[in-house]
Write a protein that binds this ligand. Structure first.
Ligand code: HEM
Ligand code: HEM
Length: 187
């Protein structure tokens, strides 16, 4: 169970910090940092690493039968933190141009992040242990029906959020390959 929303505060803090550095670099250079130059490129790489961690770590911990390292709720909080900060860095990386495939990948990043926010909301409606295991509720019949419906919505949400994430990474790898080839190695 997510018992606090401190990961949201940490993400907000990181957004302000990274946004501040971005504004400073922009002010000093007198232009929007380009995606292929040092600062913009670093934002792309770091943001993408955070997104990869978001995609992989929580799922690994959730499915591992051998690892009991760390509470599931802490892993989910880390998932949410990196899932908010990574895409934020990617948006700053884009230099606010959304042409072609890279533009589509950006849109997919936005959709996966927004769907994550909705998922977090539904997730917290279902009572769980700190290890994320759903627990029954001794409440009345009406409330049990609400809970059953919420679980169904969460299951549907999973079937949207997970394939979207996979499609996003597939498209992102094409963008990275093409961008590195044309904008970095050919120069
Ligand atoms: C989900 C991850 C990413 C998204 C959504 C994304 C999105 C974008 C966008 C929208 C642009 C601007 C395209 C334009 O000028 O019209 C761009 C440019 C670029 N990106 Fe990414 N990017 C991502 C990750 C990366 C990573 C990890 C790298 C490097 C390893 C990278 C390297 C580049 C380069 C070199 C350019 C400049 C291309 C040029 O000047 O023609 N991107 N990216
Ligand atoms: C780069 C962005 C993101 C990616 C690639 C991503 C990917 C994933 C994946 C693959 C899962 C399935 C885990 C599993 O069952 O194995 C998942 C679950 C989840 N994600 Fe994300 N996510 C992202 C961002 C977010 C954000 C921003 C939030 C919340 C603000 C969020 C909240 C959740 C929640 C609540 C679950 C369900 C946990 C569960 O049922 O055990 N995600 N995400």
């Amino acid at each position: 169970m997510l018992r606090s929303n401190k990961e949201l505060w940490w993400a907000l803090f990181a957004w302000v910090l990274i946004g501040g550095i971005y504004a400073l670099v922009m002010f000093m250079a007198g232009k929007i940092p380009a995606a292929s130059e040092l600062f913009g490129h670093s934002l792309g790489i770091l943001g993408f690493v955070l997104m990869m961690l978001t995609e992989v770590l929580y799922s690994l911990r959730k499915r591992s039968r051998f690892t009991t390292w760390g509470k599931m709720s802490s892993w989910l909080q880390f998932h949410i933190f990196t899932g908010l900060v990574g895409p934020f860095m990617i948006f700053l990386h884009t230099s606010w141009k959304f042409n072609g495939l890279a533009g589509v990948v950006t849109l997919m990043t936005l959709i996966v992040t927004l769907s994550g926010i909705i998922g977090r909301y539904i997730y917290t409606r279902i009572p769980r242990t700190v290890d994320g295991i759903e627990i029954g509720t001794p409440l009345g019949e009406a409330q049990a029906t609400v809970l059953a419906n919420t679980r169904r919505v969460m299951a549907i949400w999973h079937t949207i959020h997970i394939p979207l994430g996979m499609a996003l990474f597939t498209a992102a790898f094409y963008h990275i390959g093409a961008a590195l080839y044309y904008a970095t190695f050919l120069k």
